[in-house]
Design a protein around this ligand. Structure first.
Ligand code: ADP
Ligand code: MG
Length: 249
């Protein structure tokens, strides 16, 4: 049997490699339905033909639940960016190309982005009722599209193989919805974790997608509110700033 190597240890999960397998083991408190839901979404995306690692099983593990999938050899775009920041424009261009390729698919079995965000915003206790109302009004004013959205397309979720081909990981948040919302999420994640790349990303996305920056900006208070539900203290100030814009527009 292949040796089990820890790749990443986070508060709610540990990621192991075991030969040509990856095991994503969640802590016991992580809801069972979330793990099965991730496996279900993953299987739906596999069926649409996008390059993603095949999911193999969901098994009980150390009191929690673990997802097992194929190991993909290569480097994440995050590693590549770290190793050579001078190639940021090329790497972000690659991320956008992948995002547009994903958005060209339709996966009818997935939840709609608008309904998912509506549910999250309605339950938010960190903001007052009037701000929630403004956000929901804004959300309802958005067109309802059915493009495949990854929901967390950041450099650490894309593996580039030696031959230049790619593979997309981490589909737990995928929905069917609008490219503007998808871009706003990636822009938000860059702003929170790698602010030096946020504007470069937005610029490249809007140019390649032929989309007005204002359209992505319209989604920003909404995606910030959805992110607020994760209760990460370090993110709160920036997210509240983004959300407050909704009250004045
Ligand atoms: N199938 C895989 N093949 C190779 N590496 C992987 C695979 N799945 C995950 N990883 C590595 O583990 C990291 C975290 O996995 P991910 O599924 O993105 O979990 P998280 O929800 O913690 O972001 C990835 O950024 C990647 O480096
Ligand atoms: Mg990830």
């Amino acid at each position: 049997m292949a040796e089990r190597i820890i790749l990443e240890e986070k508060a709610n999960k540990t990621i192991y490699r075991e030969g040509n397998l990856i095991i994503k083991e969640h802590v016991p408190s992580h809801p069972k339905e979330n793990v099965f839901n991730e496996a279900y979404i993953h299987a739906c995306i596999e069926a649409c033909g996008l390059p993603i690692p095949k999911i193999i099983s969901v098994t009980p593990s150390n009191g929690g639940w673990a997802l097992t999938m194929e190991y993909v050899e290569g480097k994440t775009l995050e590693q590549l960016l770290r190793e050579d920041p001078s190639r940021a424009e090329e790497y972000l261009g690659k991320l956008v190309d992948i995002q547009l390729e994903i958005g060209s698919h339709r996966v009818t079995r997935l939840r709609n982005t608008r309904y998912k965000m509506e549910e999250v915003i309605k339950k938010l206790t960190d903001i007052d009722a009037s701000t929630r109302y403004e956000l929901l009004q804004r959300l309802h004013g958005m067109a309802n599209h059915t493009k495949l959205c990854h929901g967390d397309l950041v450099p650490s979720n894309i593996i580039i193989r030696e031959d230049g081909s790619y593979c997309v990981l981490d589909w737990a948040h995928a929905t069917s919805g609008n490219a503007g919302a998808e871009a706003a999420i990636t822009y938000m994640r860059f702003s929170l974790e790698h602010p030096e790349y946020a504007d470069m990303y937005l610029h490249i996305f809007c140019e390649k997608a032929d989309m007005a920056i204002q359209y992505v900006q319209k989604w920003m208070p909404i995606v910030a509110a959805a992110q607020l539900s994760k209760h990460k203290e370090s993110e709160k100030d920036l997210l509240m700033k983004w959300i407050s814009v909704a009250e004045y527009q």
